[in-house]
Design a protein around this ligand. Sequence first.
Ligand code: 0X9
Ligand code: CA
Ligand code: CA
Ligand code: ZN
Length: 411
Amino acid sequence: MPRHRRTIVFLLLMVGVLVLAPVATAAPPEPDDPAAPYRAEGLGSPAERSEVARSGVDVLGGGRNHLEVRASDAEAAGLRARGLELLPLPELPLPRNPFAGQFPPGYTGYHTYDELLAELDSLAAAHPDRVAASSYGESFEGRELPLVKVSDNVAVDEAEPEVLFTCNQHAREHLTAEMCLRIVERLAADPQLVDDREVWVMPMTNPDGAEHDIASGAFALWRKNRQPNEGTPEVGTDLNRNWGTEWGCCDGSSGDPGNDTYRGAAPFSAPETAQLRDWVDGRVIGGEQQITAHIDWHTFSELVLWPYGYTESDTAPGLDADDAATFRELGEAMADTNGYTPQQSSDLYITDGGVNDWMWAEHDVWSFTFEMYPESQAEGGFYPPDSVIERETARNDDAVDLLLQRAADLP
Ligand code: 0X9
Ligand code: CA
Ligand code: CA
Ligand code: ZN
């Protein structure tokens, strides 16, 4: 190519880069789901709510008489054809993010994965006798799965009741990572609380998904992990449908890799659930599971939920009437402290392959799901601004303390 032509080609390339680059960073593509939020009214029974949850729509949250969902036009028409009343909800005015990979303005109080690890390290450095930061494995994309132990004599495995808190199985539920972080901070600062307890915290059990949710210029509304699904372009498994107890039994999850509640190709097919399982299995020492109680934190709807999720029955194999009564009593006592609504998880809608069912069925761990703030999509849904973090995580301090207290004398 003659020299002047090369120059022209070079100049054209430069112009292309200059024109395209700002477009690529300032206006990233919309999430590829054009669905809109709705409130589905008049769902007075768990069966009706489960039916809607099964229809393929993205369930955002729910309560005693309703569900909030994201539905495409076709899905909304289908639900209406079944006689359902669908009220459009406001689309959140979510900010665009000028800094890909960071939280946008109004959200910078939330921790990215790197910021979370740095915070855990600095807490461990500040309280070396009470806080130990480590990892229980690696995510699909190779991120360390963070694990924190908080206890007196933290380096020693003492004969103390052990309690586990897990956060952020669902990527877009960022407030939950802040909840786990607060638990670590508060227990680290108050030696009395962990004098005779061993508290384990997994603040980000789905780091690939959480990072993906903030990776572009807009929140991705991402729920699952980031594992590819063989033979399809669809990415991700819903970690809270991938657990091995009654996996896929009851139409409480999806077999479609494109669905938000895809259960995965097999129980524990996600490295994130498999390694969490292995770690909990490893807490069986001398034939005895050391963990007595567990909360898996989610957003949103302001609920306290307990097993089983796979069946509407209050009792089922491994969960008798006494167990059900204890779950209810403890769940209600915790809900009394934060104003959430307490119920068996299947009273919301049926889910199979959820973590609570496995924790109880496999290890007799008193395992709860807390669905945090807000109550509704109308109050921010999965994306409330960082100004609520302090208030809405502190709201659960008493419930956490109560669970720690009760962990000593649970059956
Ligand atoms: O569906 C879930 O996994 C949880 N709700 S969320 O909106 N955060 O995705 C609820 C799990 C509790 N179990 C049952 N409802 N059965
Ligand atoms: Ca200890
Ligand atoms: Ca111990
Ligand atoms: Zn969730």
